[in-house]
Design a binder for this molecule. Structure first.
Ligand code: BGC
Length: 469
């Protein structure tokens, strides 16, 4: 195994890599957040049926699922760089179609194209960042992706409030072309990742790419390390599922799915409804509670991960976050149980939140903050670093698609679940998933902090020598 001497010099090119990953995250977050506010205007304009409203809301996620899977092959064939450029172009076209849609049919096509673009970018951009960043900064770089997602959700929230009247929904949806055009511009001057160039047999370009982002390092040694990790052949889709890659595959898919099954998007999407149940009776109170307790806290707490993910490591952040999330969910469940009692339900309507409502708000803040410094950024970091080079693109694609699939399931069935078993039991269920995720991380996830991607690959071989075959 090659030992790489880390250089402390920062390359200005890394700034562009950071910009690319942040713009991709911004698209993801903005697009996810904006539809909630745009929906009222869309309903006023087109009077769609409930089914069509549901399709407009949730098919972006399905488009993203397909986009992430297609990106698995796309990033191997076209490269990471061109995949990101295409994702941004598709996103721009889709957003314009949405914004100018004359009817719901065209709107749905726009939503699917946007979703597809977001899906490709959500797979290709963090992968690109993970391969470009020096080992000692990798966690921080990929966490910046998460930071941008949270920022995008917050901006969408604010835009929704500012443009809440009439047909402004067209502007709300159309505004997202700004970051996507910036993304194309930021990507153009950058090279592809050295890993991809080596896969494509372009060693000189690979050396050039490394020299740009890792000045002062022994580029030849780095290249030999990456080349050795690639092996002699490029894995096919079938090989990704081969027994020898099973351990990282299970870790990636498991974390991606658990990230969603702990309920974060249920809390984000339905926060207004949750706050209403807690006694925040006016829409203005609910919106303020959502923006401040969810949106801003989500952004601010992500900085904790950026500061510590490469210092403390992935596992400690996950453990601390999962404990915070689990406990907060149990407190939320207890509040709902109290609020759901017939005596509380028949109490005369009050215009300020009850004590249980305030405790619920605090618990939601603790939940979101705990997610934001752990499962949010760390899952994206881990997914993009644990796969051996030969299967990395496809492995990341599968894990990212699994994340979108699970996101769709939770947002689609959350309200159905609440109807069936009640809010309190639903939140207990999310807490149980936190406990399962804790055990999963503890037993299966090796610490990857500070290791090069090639060293991480070697860790799997050391754990299970059968992988070397
Ligand atoms: C998740 C999204 C979620 C966001 C919240 C991301 O890591 O993948 O589904 O909405 O975090 O900040």
């Amino acid at each position: 195994m090659t030992t790489i001497t880390p250089s402390r010099r920062r390359s200005p090119w890394l700034f562009f890599v950071g910009a690319v990953v942040m713009l991709a995250g911004l698209l993801f977050g903005y697009d996810q957040g904006v539809i909630g506010g745009a929906l009222h205007g869309i309903e006023d304009t087109f009077h769609p049926s409930t089914l069509v409203v549901e399709i407009i809301t949730s098919w972006v996620t399905l488009g993203a699922l397909v986009g992430a899977l297609v990106a698995g092959s796309m990033t191997e064939r076209l490269g990471r760089r061109w995949s990101i450029i295409w994702a941004a172009i598709l996103f721009t076209i889709g957003a314009l179609v949405e914004a100018l849609a004359p009817n719901t049919g065209v709107m749905i096509v726009g939503r699917l194209v946007v979703g597809f673009g977001v899906g490709v970018a959500s797979m290709a951009a963090p992968l690109y960042a993970a391969e470009m960043a020096p080992a000692r900064l990798r966690g921080r770089f990929v966490s910046m992706y998460q930071l941008a997602i949270t920022f995008g959700i917050l901006i969408a929230d604010i835009v929704d409030q500012v443009l809440s009247s009439g047909s402004q929904w067209r502007l709300m949806l159309g505004l997202s072309v700004l970051p996507s055009i910036l993304l194309v511009l930021a990507m153009f001057p950058l090279p592809d990742s050295a890993t991809w160039y080596l896969k494509a047999g372009r060693r000189d370009d690979a050396a050039g790419a490394l020299r740009k982002v890792r000045p002062g390092e022994d580029v030849q040694a780095d290249l030999d390390g990456i080349a050795a990790s690639l092996g002699e052949s490029q894995a096919t889709w079938r090989e990704v599922f081969a027994a020898r890659w099973r351990a990282p595959l299970v870790v990636g898919i498991g974390l991606a799915v658990f990230q969603q099954l702990t309920g974060v998007n249920a809390v984000i999407y339905y926060s207004d409804k949750i706050f209403a149940a807690a006694g925040f009776s006016t829409p203005a109170q609910q919106t303020a509670a959502t923006t401040w307790s969810i949106g801003v806290v989500n952004v601010v707490a992500t900085f904790i991960a950026i500061a510590f993910v490469d210092r403390l490591g992935r596992r400690p952040l996950l453990f601390a976050g999962l404990i915070g999330m689990g406990l907060a969910l149990l407190v939320m469940a207890a509040c709902f149980r109290y609020l759901e009692q017939p005596t509380t339900a028949t109490a005369p309507p009050s215009h300020s939140p009850s004590d249980a409502g305030v405790i619920l708000l605090v618990a939601m803040v603790v939940f979101i903050a705990s997610f934001a410094f752990s499962l949010g950024p760390v899952v994206w970091t881990v997914i993009n670093e644990i796969y051996p080079a030969a299967v990395r693109g496809r492995g990341v694609a599968i894990a990212t698609a699994a994340n979108w699939g699970a996101a769709w399931l939770v947002t689609r069935f959350f309200l159905t679940l609440v109807d069936a078993i009640g809010q309190s039991a639903t939140f207990v269920l999310f807490a149980v998933v936190c406990a399962i995720t804790y055990v999963f991380v503890w037993r299966r996830l090796p610490e990857t902090r500070g290791r090069t991607l090639e060293q991480i690959q070697q860790m799997w071989v050391d754990r299970d020598p059968a992988q070397a075959r």
